[in-house]
Design a protein. Structure first.
Length: 451
């Protein structure tokens, strides 16, 4: 089957051909005709199989038939991270290059001015993160009353408890007769039950086994105590073939610490996580893509949607908190038919999670092993020596008599508050600052006489 047999608009087909694609992937071939039929869809396929094009190509075909009015949004794509928003926008612009469509993006970490201008002008397709979208909509920017299509990319993350309240609030401001599409590589039965809240009799398009890691990724599990993780990572990075490496840390501070220790070992790296500004995150990603740095250290913010060609290795420095993130992490390599390698450090505390992961993916992962050439005894000795240096007692400064008592009294004394000052997250004598129900467009709609 070729793309020209799927019912796509001729301008979309032209752009797809110019991008070098002729044959759709299994998820594209299965999902595109269903999306074009206008029904709600749940699409599930492994990472790196072209899910973004599976919904953007039919969406652009639908939008090609009209034009957005001023201030209005015809289609909305929601994604969990800024990086994924940017990636989706790049795909949309490439496939819509021969269509007169207005495309806009909305996400946090950057100024609002250009985003507000885009919403005021109106757009055929908006790609956004939920938080910034709610911020701007609550200020009266954007008209979503005639939105035809809602897409939730990485639907499992979008419907977990962190994003669910925001998604519910956004959906309340959209037309009920819209088409709703949800795509992800993983979707638990619990999350799938939530989809009925947002979709009407959705058609399930599933390619391969859900929650299954990419088949072209070679997985290796290394037994590693906490205190030897850094030494083992440095050892592995010195091996031949470790050219473009994505390292996952559980925490933001952990990612920064890994970078500092790699720098001390002479390995250049950059970090990407939520404490970095958008410009810093983009600069780190571009440096990694271009090969200026060969190691990118990230939290799970990067496990969703970062599409960098040629990642040779993914390293799970820390076992993920959410088991589904393991699939998304290692899916950053072995994409689009290429092969890749994923290495996971397993501590004694991780063994229970490892067994649960095996149950989730439905098969046993490779047995634990040790890296070839890694000297555990020497690494342990060096780690113990470094810890001794880090915890050496420091000379205490002499302080005047009674200083400790006065300091304790000042800490124990409650701070003075003026009448009406915020206390405990709420103003005294007042209620919550949140809205009183209704959709996120309630204030704007009321002002324009629409329910």
């Amino acid at each position: 089957m070729t793309f020209d047999k799927l019912g796509l608009h001729e301008s979309v087909l032209r752009a797809v051909a110019e991008a070098g694609y002729t044959v759709p992937t299994p998820i594209q071939g299965a999902a595109i005709p269903v999306v074009l039929s206008g029904v709600d869809v749940i699409g599930i396929a492994q990472t790196g199989t072209g899910k973004t094009a599976a919904f953007t190509l039919p969406l652009l075909t639908r939008l090609a038939k009209g034009k957005a009015e001023r201030g209005a949004v015809r289609a909305l794509i929601l994604a969990p991270t800024r990086e994924l928003v940017v990636q989706i926008e790049q795909n949309v612009r490439a496939y819509s290059r021969h269509l007169p469509l207005a495309v806009a993006i909305v996400y946090g970490g950057v100024g609002e001015r250009s985003q507000i201008s885009a919403l005021r002008a109106g757009c055929d397709l908006l790609v956004a993160t939920p938080g910034r979208l709610l911020d701007l909509a609550s200020q009266g920017h954007g008209d979503f009353r005639d939105c035809e299509v809602l897409v939730l990319d990485e639907a499992d993350r979008m419907l977990d408890m962190g994003f669910l309240p925001s998604i519910r609030r956004i959906v309340r401001g959209l037309p009920k007769d819209r088409q709703t599409l949800m795509f992800s590589a993983t979707l638990s039965k619990e999350i799938e039950q939530l989809t009925s809240e947002f979709q009407k009799s959705p058609k399930l398009v599933e390619v391969g086994r859900r929650s299954n890691p990419a088949e072209l990724v070679e997985q290796t599990l290394y037994e590693c105590p906490h205190n030897l993780k850094q030494a083992m990572l440095t050892h592995l990075l010195a091996q031949p073939g470790w050219d473009t490496v994505l390292v996952f840390s559980r925490t933001k501070h952990g990612a920064d610490r890994i970078c500092r220790k790699l720098a001390a070992a002479g390995v250049e790296s950059m970090a990407i996580h939520a404490n970095r500004s958008q410009s810093q995150r983009q600069r780190a990603l571009e440096s990694f893509k271009s090969g200026q740095v060969r190691v990118l250290v990230a939290t799970d913010i990067a496990s969703r949607g970062i599409d960098v060609d040629g990642i040779t290795h993914v390293v799970n420095f820390d076992f993920p908190d959410q088991l589904e993130d393991y699939v998304h992490r290692i899916g950053r390599t072995g994409r689009a038919g290429a092969t890749g390698k994923a290495v996971t450090f397993i501590t004694s505390e991780d063994r229970g999670d490892l067994r649960r992961l095996e149950r989730m993916v439905g098969k046993a992962l490779p047995p634990l092993q040790r890296p070839e050439g890694f000297n555990f005894e020497e690494a342990t000795r060096q780690a113990f020596s470094q810890k001794s240096e880090d915890t050496a007692p420091r000379q205490r400064h002499m302080r005047g008599p009674g200083h400790g008592r006065r300091e304790a009294e000042q800490k124990a004394r409650p701070p003075e508050r003026k009448p009406g000052q915020w206390h405990g997250g709420r103003p005294q004598g007042g209620g919550s600052s949140g809205g009183g129900g209704g959709g996120f467009l309630a204030r704007r709609s009321a002002g324009r006489g629409r329910s």
